[in-house]
Design a protein around this ligand. Structure first.
Ligand SMILES: Cc1cc2nc3c(=O)[nH]c(=O)nc-3n(C[C@H](O)[C@H](O)[C@H](O)COP(=O)(O)O)c2cc1C
Length: 233
């Protein structure tokens, strides 16, 4: 069986194409600053949304819904919602961590030329509950897959994306007239940028660093390390 797979599988990605995909994965960043004022035209945004729309989804449900937020008053209102949520979040930390948290830049809502609100339509019967009978949360997972597609496609277009989760979802839902049946999954800032940082901002700012991969991979049982990867370190 293994032999058959090896002999028949044709990889139609050239090594350059493969390298480009891995490069996009490696060099995607969460972008909260440095947006250029250049607006994003509709064909470009449509390309990004089409990338999102190619995502896998439970039962082929395609539960993603997008609101393109361009109205300046709405955008300002979302920023006010962020400020309140962020002030609440600051209160959860103490000492040096609080001081560091309050210095972090955790959104680019005012600077980004484009906002995008991403929702999950929990009420949709598309996909006929396949997979959702046992794991209803997979509708949300599907939307997250779509967001990642958009994020990677944006990277290849020189467009930075920043995910803002420091918000009060009911207030955002009320503001954007989102029905109760739709769940707010992400509020994104988008815009062309001159460059992408080499490391995540949170690593640069001393908040957190990238974990090593090997200890996260286990063999057969959760409590059993995958020895081969430990040796590869
Ligand atoms: C579900 C989710 C929510 C996030 N929310 C925020 C946020 O509210 N503010 C922020 O600055 N970054 C947010 N981020 C971005 C992360 O901070 C970022 O992905 C992480 O620090 C790694 O950096 P990188 O994306 O540049 O590799 C979020 C990312 C995800 C996946």
């Amino acid at each position: 069986m293994v032999e058959r797979l090896v002999t028949t599988a044709q990889n139609d990605f050239s090594s350059a194409e493969r390298a480009a995909v891995y490069r996009a994965l490696r060099e995607r960043r969460d972008v909260r600053a440095g947006y250029l004022p250049q607006p994003m035209d509709d064909p470009t945004l449509y390309r990004l949304l089409s990338a999102a729309h190619q995502a896998p989804s439970v039962g082929f449900m395609q539960p993603w819904r997008f609101i393109v937020v361009r109205d300046l008053a709405l955008r300002a209102a979302v920023h006010r919602i962020f400020e309140r949520a962020n002030s609440d979040a600051t209160g959860r930390y103490g000492g040096d961590q609080k001081e560091l948290y309050s210095r972090l830049k955790l959104e680019g809502l005012r600077e980004a030329p484009q906002h995008l609100c991403v929702l999950c339509d929990e009420d949709s019967e598309r996909g006929h509950y396949l997979g959702r009978n046992s794991m209803p949360e997979t509708s949300i997972y599907s939307v997250v897959c779509a967001i990642q597609n958009l994020w990677l496609a944006a990277r290849t277009e020189g467009i930075g994306v920043g995910w803002v989760s420091i918000l009060d979802p009911p207030r955002v839902k009320e503001l954007l007239r989102i029905p109760a049946s739709a769940q707010l999954v992400a509020y994104l800032c988008l815009g062309y940028v001159k460059e992408f940082a080499e490391v995540p901002d949170l690593e640069r700012d001393g908040w957190e660093q990238r974990a090593e991969l090997a200890p996260l991979v286990r063999a057969d049982y959760f409590d059993q390390p995958y020895a081969a990867y430990h040796e590869m370190r």
